[in-house]
Design a protein around this ligand. Sequence first.
Ligand SMILES: Nc1ncnc2c1ncn2[C@@H]1O[C@H](COP(=O)(O)OP(=O)(O)OP(=O)(O)O)[C@@H](O)[C@H]1O
Length: 403
Amino acid sequence: MSVKIKIENLYKVFGPQPKTALKMLKEGLDKEEIHQRTGMTIGVQDASFEVNTGEIFVVMGLSGSGKSTLVRMLNRLIEPTSGHVYVDGQDVATMNDEDLVKLRRKTISMVFQSFALMPHMSVLENAAFGLEMAGVDKQSRNERAMQALEQVGLEGYHNSRPDELSGGMQQRVGLARGLAVDPDVLLMDEAFSALDPLIRTEMQDELLKLQAKHKRTIVFISHDLDEAMRIGDRIAIMEGGRVVQVGTPEEILQNPADDYVRAFFRGVDPTNILTVGDIARQTQVTVIRHTGEGPRAALQRLISHDREYGYVLDTDRRFMGIVSTDTLKNLIDSGGGKDISPAFIGEARAAQAGDSMQDILPEVTARPWPIPVLGEEGKYLGVISKNQFLRTLQRNHLEEQQA
Ligand SMILES: Nc1ncnc2c1ncn2[C@@H]1O[C@H](COP(=O)(O)OP(=O)(O)OP(=O)(O)O)[C@@H](O)[C@H]1O
């Protein structure tokens, strides 16, 4: 995995004497004190992280946490006060004007929430606008813009005016404009936030589809956890100008760095409402009855269902453990007889129907197999997989938002 963007100890101070504010920060004063004493605002404070080539990296945080400031320093739409921004190893923070223009025209393009379309220009001209700025001749820019429009599903609309299109379609034009430049890096600033939820999901899918075909490095600002979890390979969470955590959605969900991060997930966290029993499903997983089913039959069953693991129940449907194809094969090879119970995978802990989702979170994320859920008298109710867990979180959040 190669690193596309690396930021190092990046700061932005808004105000007339940024160096004074930096000095005060280094002396241990906090953002609020500095603002009170000097009127200057610390927009971004000591941010460091890397963005890998080809990933969707989401920058998430509440309003005013510094997302836009941080991302605008990547192409120097905002001048960093101190620190470094390396793109392909070149420091954008100290780049001369000529290189900076090249960087903005070829390497990094930006898609905005407001679409920023020109009302008097056609869809094609709008999509070609970035290329025009880059000095590309008319014929090639129209060809490339047509291709980009096709990529976002707008073929046939090239002669329309922006106001003839729906909000979702206008955002597609904005995206096409970003794509037409064929940049390595796409910065997307709350690009889908103005869209209604259904169209927004559609655009997220579209982006994932485009990304599957042509892996760009995307830095995506969002204040929405659903969106971040849905599209982000990794997420950086910002609070008060600082980057407080960087990780995959699962890492952050499993191990939030502090209460602020936890609070984000509390919004989507249905752990107080749903119990494990509510979301257990009797799907997909092959159940091997303990009595009367020896290792050969069990192995056959797993193989025919294309499963690596099976859930072992006794004749009363009480859960006894989990067995893998490997352990079954070993058991057969060693001539260990019919009884498969000694081959159980010891760590296969089960959840109880009344447990909260929070209780089982560590198990769900740590194990390669779905977690079995048991009801009264240890009877097997079904399983919860990691995906199902995440989907439930997301669905609940959406319902909460719509309520
Ligand atoms: N040009 C500016 N002059 C002074 N302060 C600014 C300027 N731009 C941003 N700030 C301040 O810097 C901090 C970070 O703002 P920023 O816009 O980066 O946050 P954000 O997380 O993108 O918020 P939002 O989601 O509302 O866009 C805020 O306190 C903001 O008021």
